[in-house]
Design a binder for this molecule. Sequence first.
Ligand code: PHE
Ligand code: NA
Length: 512
Amino acid sequence: MSTNKEAWGSRVGLVLAMAGNAVGLGNFLRFPVQAVQNGGGAFIIPYLVCFVLMGIPLLWVEWSVGRFGGRQGNHSTPFILDTMGKRKFWKYFGVFGIFTNIAVAAYYTYIESWTLTYVWKSITRGFAGSSPEAVSAYFDSYTDSFMGIPVPALIIYVITLSLNIYILSKGLSGGVEKVAKFGMPMLVLFGAFLAIRGITLGPSGAPEGCTDCNSFLALDFLWKPQVSSIWDFKVWMAAAGQIFFTLSVGMGTIQCYASYVRSKDDIALNAMSAGWMNGFVEIVLGASVVIPIAVGYLGLEWAQNNAGFSMAFQTMPYLFDQWGSVLSVVAGVMWFGLLFFAGITSSLAMGTPWMGFMQDEFNWGRKKAALSFGVITLIVGLPSVMFYSQGVFGEYDYWAGTIALVVFALAEVILFAWVFGMTKGWAEINEGADITIPSFFKPIIKWVTPTLLLIVFLGALIKPVGGDWNKLFNGQFALADDSIIGQITNQGVKANKSFFADSFENDVEGES
Ligand code: PHE
Ligand code: NA
């Protein structure tokens, strides 16, 4: 029997920890880039539809799956899923809910570690007076120094992992919850400051002769919904992918956190609160910082062509430096500090399924469980650190951070609605609920969510070149390298497979 005695300290703590799990680098680095690459306001409608028809239902499913498992003393998906379906399959399938986390944590904590370096560079004004090329080159040398081995980056990576290990070893209420209670308000505060700066910048940073350098143009572009996108399947796929990643569904972290909720405590409203908090931070704060500031100085067209994930590290420090000595330090510390809090509250979540499994099944103590998580993550992460510029990073993100989530969520919702059964499932979701969930969500969870997940999965399986779905209908179909089948068969082809890889390609082109 398990000696796992973890518990949440308070409801506020639980919701902040769950919000911290969801709010992550995805909100500030991934969302803005996805939005720009998919037509700005054109992205918003599919995004919201996916949120309501896939995101919210999956949140309810995962919270109730977790609480159900916790009631029987299970805190990781192999054993939780095992109690919900009779076949052995579910138990083995549940292993994804531990290892996907480790694969994602491996590169996620690496990005997290960069933010610490950049906080330090901001405090010490390491970019003062640097040219845009120099700021950008710093990043390249940081991730690819000394004969390809980025020694300082590796050291900071190990320090970041150690910090995660330390906090995990303090347990849920003593570690994770405390960090969320401090980190989340700080994140919102920093985010609000930078967003106001981004929104009010207007054309004031425009260099002479630049006609589209105005932050207002960015907001107009990002927020004005465009009905035309309804017919673009590519935009839908991108929106669904973003909803998955940003809500942390399909990974096993939500189930794990929820397994420590008391058996009759509300999950319906709590799940909503955490989900909407993530949405607010994403659509309002996430959209109001990097893109508007970049557009203010460099123009809308530039941003459309160069929107990339590393813009946050390669472009922002230079632009902040234009704000003078005091404000540049404040903005740098806030921006990278915000990213750090966003990152760590998510990477801690990725560690807890492993912790729960080891505590439940092997009776390991917290320290041993946390340390082993850190060591495994380091081993899995090393290739992505060492061969960063060769695209190993993108490989991880594609398989673990994109495809695995969809497959897991699809199987899980089938287990919940069809094997466990929707009657029992609906009762689970509503047990102890502090809100009345509209009953139309019952057929949505049973029919709509699994169907959409299946479409998303098939779409990733046979994605056409360039995501141009018209080709499929014109009979000119050719598989893209970054379709699942293309990935498996086109061996050796270094495709632009993931969001991260995409963005880096863009950055490289943008600078030459
Ligand atoms: N939701 C997090 C983000 O937006 C990422 C994450 C995915 C965290 C899955 C935990 C589990 O960055
Ligand atoms: Na998120």
